[in-house]
Design a protein around this ligand. Structure first.
Ligand code: ADP
Length: 542
């Protein structure tokens, strides 16, 4: 017997319809690339998105066309996503922090037809597009007055282009499994791989994200996605914030501590999200300026492990709740969030921080397990670590073009490439990336745990741990440290600081001081480069 309920396809543009209908006057505020703060409402954003859809269709774009965006978080970028989706085309975000050749490779792989670009990235696009013949037209997110001289093919100013439409347009009726967005993984090993979100997965993911035990978003929130729309689908905020009618604050291209603080304060932001690097800059600014966070209630931190000291600072000094989150591009991207279950209700101090160090538990819609190398499931005991595997309606079932098929098994489990353990309460903790874990005498050492501890030292700005060749143990850990400005920490003192906090045989064999640690385009420590840099390093124990 079948249910007798309606077919109501889960389509992204229905989210914007809802926002405009129920929360039409709620604002989307942007620090524009041209400079001034620009204010719009969801109702206005929807009418502009309809114009985007109408103009795209008039220009001949349609179902399945990949339309690239190279842009910061702004209302224009957001309305373009919805307009693109409204004709069944696919927004394809490009990460401007990649090398031009890599971006060109990705665009050619996706066969992008059109590019929306911010003023900031016009020079970058001029370098890329001669290598991408499929792109015949470029729309620059600006008005005629700010339109630069450019060699970009078919370049027009967005506002001129949009002004040709009257907005008398109906979103296309689509199957909910139609592709909605595309985002490539950064490809630290091998070529980048394309992840293709569907309307259905984006809508379900947004419903997952807003839940009270996830990001806990509501119409009363003012949300600032500092995490860029070009990084892992903006952690779903482009869909989840409008879904609940939260005010959105789009920070544009200025992500330094002072600029981020200014928007948090003047726009009364209650919830924000980004990688630890961004919060490091904000906390440094707060420390030097003595400013306080008056309105912020929650900060979602993920992308790499949130250092304990950061959680402590936000919660203790500023009264802001930290929600540590884990995910990946392939998961739309949310996989787990560290909110507190009832058994943690009375925890405080170090015991609470111990839980908050973990990446949290999976919301409804994500299944999770850890296995050994032979795919045997490991116990949830909070210490046995193995390969972390996931599945769910917003988890990829393949990469675009069939790359990386070995990461997916017959039962749809996706091997994340992370190493983790899960505790009795379901809280997962990432101990490493499979390719970064240190194998010392056949036993595994977690580099992330050592790094987290090291950055807790008052003289350490940033720390990375890598395996260095060792004649007896195969590999031993080396701690690489960037000292805080003006500080000269002592090697032995640093090692003493770690002693007693981890098993004795986990302690690094040596400490190296550097001015800078290399980062990937998404702000993660680039271990491959670092390992290369220290390939010939002689450990004192070797
Ligand atoms: P990219 O590799 O392009 O930066 P992703 O954001 O998809 O893109 O990276 C996902 C990976 O980031 C995860 O597999 C994991 O290794 C790491 N990661 C994400 N969040 C966390 C976290 N909270 N703690 C530790 N690692 C994390």
């Amino acid at each position: 017997m079948q249910g007798l309920m309606q077919e109501w396809p889960l389509l992204c543009h229905k989210i914007l319809d809802h926002a405009a209908r129920q929360h039409g006057e709620r604002e989307v505020v942007t620090r524009s690339i041209e400079g001034p703060i620009v204010r719009q409402t969801y109702a206005q954003l929807r009418s502009r998105a309809l114009k985007v859809a109408q103009q795209l269709q008039r220009d001949g774009y349609g179902l399945g066309d990949r339309i690239a965006t190279l842009a910061w978080n702004t209302a224009r970028h957001l309305e373009a996503w919805y307009g693109i989706n409204g004709i069944g085309a696919v927004y394809h975000t490009l990460n401007p922090r990649l090398f031009p050749d890599q971006i060109a490779w990705i665009m050619n792989h996706a066969e992008d037809k059109l590019l929306f670009v911010d003023l900031t990235f016009v020079p970058l696009a001029e370098k890329i597009l001669p290598q991408v013949p499929s792109v015949k037209k470029v729309i620059v997110f600006t008005d005629a007055a700010h339109m630069p001289q450019t060699t970009l093919p078919g370049a027009v100013a967005y506002e001129d282009w949009l002004a040709q439409a009257d907005g008398d347009f109906q979103w296309l009726a689509l199957d909910e499994n139609t592709a909605s967005g595309m985002c490539y993984t950064s490809g630290t090993t091998g070529d980048p791989k394309g992840v293709v979100y569907s309307h259905r997965s984006n809508v379900l993911h947004a419903m997952m994200a807003v839940q009270p035990d996830a990001m806990g978003l509501s119409s009363r929130d003012a949300v600032m996605p500092v995490v860029p729309m070009f990084h892992a689908n903006a952690w779903g905020l482009a869909q989840s914030a409008p879904m609940v009618g939260a005010k959105m604050v789009m920070p544009g291209g200025k992500l330094d501590g002072e600029s981020v603080y200014e928007l948090l304060d003047t726009e009364k932001v209650s919830c924000t999200a980004a990688v630890p690097t961004v919060w490091l800059m904000l906390l440094q600014y707060l420390e030097s300026s003595g400013k306080k966070l008056h309105y912020l209630k929650r900060v979602i931190i993920g992308g790499s492990a949130c250092p304990r000291a950061m959680t402590e600072k936000f919660e203790r000094d500023f009264g802001v709740e930290v929600i540590h989150a884990w995910g990946m591009t392939e998961m739309s991207p949310l996989g787990s969030l560290c909110t507190m279950k009832p058994q943690h209700a009375n925890l405080a101090g170090d015991a609470l921080l111990d839980v908050k160090q973990k990446q949290g538990f999976a919301p409804f819609g994500v299944e999770m397990k850890v296995t050994d190398d032979d795919n045997n499931e490991l116990p949830w005991d909070g210490k046995t670590f193995g390969r972390l595997k996931v599945r769910g309606p917003a988890v990829a079932r393949a990469y675009y073009g069939g790359a990386g098929y070995e990461q997916f098994d017959d039962e749809n489990w996706f091997d994340t490439g992370d190493v983790a353990h899960i505790d009795e309460n379901g809280y997962m903790q990432v101990t490493d990336r499979a390719k970064d874990v240190i194998k010392s005498g056949g036993e595994w050492i977690s580099t992330i745990e050592l790094e987290n501890l090291a950055v807790g030292h008052p003289d350490v700005a940033e720390a990375a741990v890598i395996g260095v060749r060792h004649p007896k143990w195969d590999e031993r850990p080396l701690l690489v440290v960037v000292p805080k400005p003006g500080k000269q920490p002592d090697k032995q003192e640093l090692l003493n600081f770690l002693e007693g906090k981890v098993a004795k045989w986990w302690l690094p064999d040596d400490v190296a001081f550097v001015d800078e640690i290399p980062h990937t385009a998404t702000g993660k420590i680039q271990k491959t480069t670092l390992r290369e840099q220290f390939r010939q390093y002689q450990l004192p124990t070797a």
